[in-house]
Design a protein around this ligand. Structure first.
Ligand SMILES: NC(=O)c1ccc[n+]([C@@H]2O[C@H](COP(=O)([O-])OP(=O)(O)OC[C@H]3O[C@@H](n4cnc5c(N)ncnc54)[C@H](O)[C@@H]3O)[C@@H](O)[C@H]2O)c1
Length: 256
């Protein structure tokens, strides 16, 4: 018996990185997944590889109408929706002094407005399932500490923390069986991290060493380590856990 038996998850950012790894683990644990991403070809290829209990849908999380269509596609394909994983996100550099308005708007749109639209679209379908449901939003170690070099990203992830707690409270107070929690990764070896490592900001080995040193465990994390936390929060094993911040950051957020 798998921890995701009977669960149907809509996963944004499901084409690669943490989202793709969550999808792999959820299918391995008995769940069904709808991989929603801008990169539809990659999402479809992964869905084909994962088999019958996986499908893909082209979604830009900034588009409210596409969200309604993504939820409908999921319930049409798998009969219900019981898990929402808001994983799609971007990280672009910019302090409050040198960051552009463009970076601010794009980051807030994808990292904060996207999950807001997603929760609004998914919650009615989750309620209609009549089953225990879960929302897992991906924050960041930076939501817990902030970082000057990514002002918009820090704000978007801290904002998402407030949204997640508000959703958790609303569902609990209404007696709706939907839990909402966050996973906050440290630096994780995904395409997002590799883009930064080879961005030219510094020698790649210096970036790797500097990023590792930001974590007391002195290494970069692996997407499988984040995915295991997401799967736990999405599963009924976490049945009395709502509104929490689960850090998967090698201790990065607790160091003073
Ligand atoms: N990798 C890290 O070091 C790290 C650290 C902390 C938090 N995170 C967070 O984890 C999440 C996943 O990060 P990752 O490292 O896997 O990133 P990634 O760039 O490797 O993958 C992100 C995925 O999201 C998709 N995406 C981007 N914009 C989208 C949009 N508008 N609509 C739909 N899909 C969109 C991309 O196509 C891609 O498939 C993000 O929210 C990120 O902020 C990552």
């Amino acid at each position: 018996m798998g921890r995701m038996d009977g669960k149907v998850a809509l996963i944004t950012g499901g084409a690669e990185g943490i989202g793709a790894t969550v999808a792999r683990q959820m299918v391995a644990e008995g769940g069904s997944v709808m991989l929603c991403d801008l990169q539809i070809d990659k999402a479809k290829a992964l869905a084909d590889e994962l088999g019958e209990r996986a499908d893909a849908f082209e979604l830009d999380v900034r588009n409210v109408d596409q969200w309604d269509a993504a939820v409908k596609a999921t319930t049409d394909r798998f009969g219900k929706l019981t898990v929402l994983c808001n994983i799609a996100g971007i990280s672009e550099p910019g302090t409050i002094s040198d960051g552009t308005l463009d970076v601010w708007e794009r980051t807030i749109d994808i990292n904060l407005n996207g999950p807001f639209y997603g929760c609004r679209a998914a919650i009615p379908a989750m309620e209609a399932s009549g089953e225990p449901c879960a929302i897992v939003n991906i924050g960041s170690m930076i939501a817990m500490r902030a970082a000057s070099f990514v002002a918009a990203y820090s704000a978007s992830k801290a904002g998402l923390q407030g949204l997640t707690r508000s959703v958790a409270l609303d569902c609990a107070e209404r007696g709706v069986p939907i839990r909402a929690n966050m996973v906050h990764p440290g630096a994780i070896r995904t395409p997002m991290y590799e883009r930064y490592k080879f961005s030219g900001a510094d020698e790649p080995e210096n970036i790797e060493a500097g990023m590792a040193a930001a974590h007391p465990m002195n290494r970069i994390g692996e997407p499988e380590e984040v995915a295991r936390a997401v799967v736990w929060l999405a599963s009924d094993e976490a049945s009395f856990t709502t509104g929490v911040d689960l850090t998967v950051d090698g201790g990065g957020s607790i160091r003073s």
